[in-house]
Design a protein around this ligand. Structure first.
Ligand code: PLP
Length: 492
C-alpha cells in the first residue's frame, strides 16, 4: 500500500483522494456553511466595490506545486472568494430576471457533484437520460405544447436558439451538414426578430454561418411587441432583392420589458412563406404554468421550436435550458455522429442518446435538478411563487405611479418593472440621473438593479424572481431608490 498520509500542509496523501473521514467532516462543515449562507444572505452586502483584478490580487498567483489543506483553501474561499461575488440569491438582488435558485436546487447540485455522470448516451447513464426525457415531458405538458414536440436540455437559451436555427438552415438548404454553405449555389438567408429580441439570435446566426447582418431587426409597437405589418414589409422587400427568408425568432418575455410578441399572427406569416418559427421563451414561457396566464401560449402549437430556460423563471439553478422541436428528428439527423469508441449497440432503437441532438458530446445530468426542484414544489407551488412575483411587480408599478417624480416606462406583463425618473425637461440629463441612481444603488451593496434603454432613453429595471424576496425587501429597495434620487438629482 502506498503511503496515504497527508503531505505536510495538505490533506491528500501521495495517491488517492482525501480520507473518507476528512471528507465527511468537511462535508458536514460545508453543509452548515451553506445553510448559514442561505439563512443570513440578506445581511450581506450584495456586490463588492472592487476594481477589476483586485480579487485575484488577494490570492497566490503561483500555480500550486504542493498540496494545501482544505482548511486553508476554505478559509480563502470565505476571506476572498465569497466577498468577491455578486450575491445573486440575495433577496434584494433584483437585476436581470432575479435569481431562481432554491434550497432543493442547491441540494440537487450537491448530488450532481457526487455522481458526476456524463449524460451523453443512454448507456453512459441510463437514469440521467430517462430523467431528462421525463422532466422534458412534464415541462411540455405544463407549457401546453402538443405531443409532437420533443425536447432536449442544453445549458443556455443561446445554445438552444443556435441549434433551432441550425435545424431551420438544414431544412432550407439540405445537405449543409455535409457540404457546408460556402462554394454552393445558395441564396442569402434572412432571419427576422424584433428590435427587443436577445442578442443570442445574432450569435446563433454567426455560429451557423448565416451572418449577423442577415438578422433583420423588426420595429415594435407601443407595447414593445414585434410589429407584424413591418415584418411583412421587410420580408416582401427582401424577396424583391432575392434574399431567402429563413426564420422568425419571436420572443415571449423580452429581456428589457418582458413583452410578448403576437405569436399567432407571426405564425401565419411564417406559414405563408414556409419559414421556420422559433419562439424565444427563455424567460417568459414559464408563465404558462399559471392557469390564469394561458393567454401567453397563444400560437405556440404553430411553432417549429421553442426554448425555455428553467433557470430564469422555474426555480432550477443555473443552468437548464430546454429546447422543444416539432419532429425533433430534424435536429437528430443534423447532428448524429457516433465516434467509434462509443460503440453503440441498440438493435431495437430504444436508447435515446442526447449527444445526438446537438454539438456537445459530454453533458451534465441537469435533469436531476429539475426533477428534485419540481417535485419539491409541485406545479402548484411553482405557480404560487411566480404569482407572488407578478403581485410584487404590480405593487412596485403602483408605487412608481404614486410618486410623481417617476413614470412607468413599459407595461408590466411579468415580473419585470421598467421605470424612469422624469422630473426635468432635459432628456440627456435625465438619462444620466437614471444611470447614476442605478450605479449608486449597486455601489451601496444594499440592492442590485439594472438599467436598460427603451425608445432611446435610459430607464431603471427591476426583475422579481427570487423565492427569498418578500414585499418587505421590495419596499426596502424602493425606499432606497427614492432616497438616492434626491441625492443624485441634487448633484447633477
Ligand atoms: N433570450 C432572452 C429573452 C434572454 O433574456 C436571454 C438572457 O437573458 C437569453 C435569451 C439568453 O439566455 P442564456 O444566458 O441562457 O443564453
Amino acid at each position: 500500500m502506498k503511503d496515504r498520509k497527508p503531505h505536510a500542509g495538505g490533506d491528500v496523501g501521495e495517491l488517492g483522494d482525501i480520507s473518507p473521514e476528512l471528507f465527511r467532516e468537511q462535508l458536514h462543515r460545508l453543509a452548515d456553511w451553506i445553510a448559514d449562507y442561505r439563512e443570513t444572505i440578506g445581511q450581506r452586502r450584495i456586490s463588492p466595490n472592487d476594481e477589476p483584478g483586485a480579487i485575484v490580487a488577494r490570492l497566490d498567483a503561483a500555480a500550486p506545486e504542493r498540496a494545501a489543506s482544505l482548511d486553508q483553501i476554505f478559509a480563502e474561499v470565505e476571506r476572498v472568494i465569497v466577498p468577491g461575488v455578486a450575491h445573486w440569491a440575495h433577496p434584494q438582488f433584483m437585476s436581470y430576471f432575479g435569481c431562481t435558485t432554491t434550497s432543493p436546487g442547491i441540494l440537487a447540485e450537491m448530488i450532481l457533484g457526487a455522481l458526476n455522470v456524463n449524460a451523453m448516451t443512454w448507456r453512459t447513464s441510463p437514469a440521467a437520460t430517462e430523467l431528462e426525457t421525463l422532466v422534458l415531458d412534464w415541462l411540455r405538458q405544463w407549457l401546453g405544447l402538443p405531443n409532437e414536440f420533443e425536447g432536449v436540455v442544453y445549458d443556455t437559451a443561446s445554445i438552444s436558439t443556435m441549434h433551432a436555427l441550425a435545424a431551420a438552415r438544414e431544412q432550407a438548404a439540405s445537405n449543409t451538414r455535409k457540404f457546408g454553405l460556402s462554394g454552393r449555389d445558395l441564396p442569402t438567408f434572412r432571419i427576422y426578430t424584433s428590435n427587443q429580441a436577445h442578442s443570442s439570435v445574432e450569435k446563433g446566426a454567426i455560429a451557423i454561418g448565416i451572418g449577423e447582418d442577415n438578422v433583420q431587426r423588426v420595429p415594435i409597437d407601443a407595447e414593445f411587441q414585434l410589429d407584424v405589418s413591418a415584418l411583412r414589409e421587410m420580408i416582401a422587400s427582401d424577396l424583391r432583392k432575392n434574399f431567402k427568408p429563413l426564420a422568425v425568432v419571436a420572443t415571449v418575455g423580452t429581456t428589457s420589458t418582458a413583452s410578448v410578441d403576437p405569436i399567432a399572427e407571426i405564425a401565419r406569416v411564417c406559414r405563408g412563406h414556409k419559414m421556420w418559427l422559433h419562439i424565444d421563451g427563455a424567460y417568459g414561457a414559464g408563465l404558462a404554468l399559471l392557469p390564469e396566464c394561458k393567454w401567453v401560449t397563444a400560437g405556440w402549437s404553430e411553432a417549429d421550436s421553442i426554448v425555455i430556460n428553467a433557470h430564469k423563471m422555474l426555480f432550477v439553478p443555473l443552468d437548464f435550458s430546454a429546447l422543444y422541436m416539432r419532429e425533433i428528428g430534424r435536429l437528430r439527423r443534423l447532428f448524429t455522429l457516433v465516434p467509434e469508441y462509443l460503440h453503440l449497440r441498440d438493435p431495437v432503437g430504444a436508447e435515446i442518446n442526447y449527444m445526438d441532438y446537438g454539438v456537445q458530446l459530454g453533458r451534465r445530468f441537469r435533469a436531476l435538478k429539475a426533477w428534485v426542484v419540481w417535485r419539491a414544489f409541485g406545479r402548484e407551488g411553482l405557480a404560487a411563487r411566480i404569482r407572488d412575483h407578478l403581485r410584487l411587480a404590480k405593487l412596485l408599478a403602483d408605487w412608481v405611479r404614486d410618486d410623481e417624480r417617476f413614470e412607468l416606462s413599459a407595461p408590466v406583463v411579468m415580473g419585470i418593472v421598467c421605470f424612469r425618473f422624469k422630473a426635468g425637461d432635459d432628456d440627456e440629463k435625465l438619462d444620466m440621473i437614471n444611470s447614476k441612481i442605478v450605479e449608486d444603488i449597486n455601489a451601496s451593496g444594499r440592492a442590485y438593479v439594472t438599467q436598460t434603454k427603451l425608445h432611446g432613453r435610459t430607464v431603471m429595471r427591476i426583475g422579481l424572481g427570487n423565492v427569498l424576496t418578500t414585499e418587505r425587501h421590495l419596499r426596502n429597495v424602493w425606499n432606497l431608490i427614492q432616497s438616492t434620487v434626491g441625492e443624485v438629482a441634487a448633484h447633477l
